[in-house]
Design a protein around this ligand. Structure first.
Ligand code: SAM
Length: 354
């Protein structure tokens, strides 16, 4: 079976880049900042804050959100240290930030745009977060923002027309039980591998902060605005197949390595993994609401997030044509988008068991 192409964001800082079209993902970090600081204050032992303190961001992309994520963490750690010791962290603690993403991520843009005046040393950590990428016990707080919904590969049978779990859609809509099971099985296995790798790499008592989106229990992906947008991408691909621009087979064999779990599925996966205690599972009211309902803005941000992945399967030209169609499709879908069931944005705070 062919390997799943890597899902990286559109690089650079141009008008179609992820860097310029990721304010939605950043809004969650902003909305959850206070809760995150409280969790660090309450759950991180002061004993861990001395000499060198390392923060790692997994799936950092090319900025600028990762800079917000790591700065918020450093601010909270410094604040805790200052209040609890009465000492100046700048004199006693050196911070190191480890930026992880696929090797093909645009690390050049990331490092060229590192914030001036930052009080941390930086290093890139290339590689898939579904494996070990750092030495044992090498960081104190890890963060993942909007990247805990990927699978390492397309689940078995999903792209095979003869399989009972063949997926006619390009994502897990939630309506086909066999498809849902195949995605959930793959996601559970991958998430547990990811948690094991991070547990090995974290110091005892270290924290993992997971920010992202999940489904409320019982809600199907295609009933939410994110699912409706994914359906619109799939419908645009089908239109192009009907126009003879691409082969229908190519569309039928296309699926995404994405799975937005239900809240209780996430809890179960973390508990079954057993390496962390769940210290907080917060429902965050996203500053931008569930989604912007401007089809133009939505189409551009889809392009920044899905563009590279789609062009790997269909080629650059098709990818441009798909995105020309999406804006109109989303305009037609506005009534459904307005009535979509709410998704859920979370901050999950995990503490590594000793
Ligand atoms: C939606 S972006 C989020 C980026 C950033 N965390 C933010 O808040 O804007 C998802 C990121 O996860 C990365 N990613 C996906 N799968 C990955 C994997 N297996 N290993 C490392 N990074 C991965 C992608 O390359 C992408 O940069």
């Amino acid at each position: 079976m062919a390997t799943t192409p890597k899902w990286i964001m559109v690089g650079g800082e141009g008008p179609e880049s992820y860097n310029q079209n990721s304010s939605y993902q950043r809004a969650l970090l902003e909305a959850a900042k206070e809760k995150m600081s409280e969790a660090i204050k309450a759950k991180l032992s002061l004993d861990l804050i001395y000499d060198r303190f390392s923060v790692a961001d997994f799936g950092c992309a090319s900025g600028p959100n990762t800079f917000v994520a790591v700065q918020n963490i450093i601010d909270a750690v410094e604040d805790k240290y200052r209040k609890e010791t009465g000492q100046n962290p700048a004199e006693n603690i050196e911070f190191q930030v480890l930026f992880n993403d696929f090797t093909t991520n645009d690390f050049n843009t990331l490092f060229q745009s590192l914030p001036a005046g930052r009080r941390y040393y930086s290093a890139g950590v290339p590689g898939s977060f579904f494996e070990r990428v750092l030495p044992k016990e090498s960081f104190h707080i890890g963060v993942i923002n909007y990247a805990f919904h990927f699978t390492s590969k397309i689940p078995k049978g999903i792209t095979d027309r003869d399989s009972p779990s063949w997926n006619r859609d390009m994502h897990c809509t939630g309506f086909n039980k066999a498809v849902k099971k195949a995605y959930l099985d793959q996601y559970s296995a991958d998430a547990k591998i990811l948690l094991d790798a991070r547990a090995d790499e974290l110091v005892p008592g270290g924290l993992m902060l997971l920010f992202g989106s999940c489904l409320r229990d019982g809600v199907k992906m295609s009933e939410t605005s994110k699912g409706i947008v994914l359906d619109a991408v799939g419908a645009s691909l089908n239109d192009l197949a009907q126009q003879g621009v691409i082969e229908q087979d190519k569309v039928d064999s296309f699926s995404t390595p994405l799975y937005f779990a239900e809240e209780s599925e996430l809890k179960q996966i973390i508990e079954e993994n057993g390496r962390f205690t769940i210290e907080a599972f917060e429902d965050i009211i996203h500053a931008k609401g569930e989604f912007t309902l401007d089809p133009k803005v939505l189409a551009v941000s889809c392009r920044a997030s899905f563009g590279t992945f789609l062009s790997q399967h269909f080629g650059e030209q098709v990818f441009t044509k798909v995105f020309d169609l999406i804006e109109a499709k989303l305009r037609q879908e506005l009534p459904r988008l307005l009535n979509a069931k709410p998704g859920m944005q979370y901050l999950i705070v995990l503490r590594k068991k000793n």
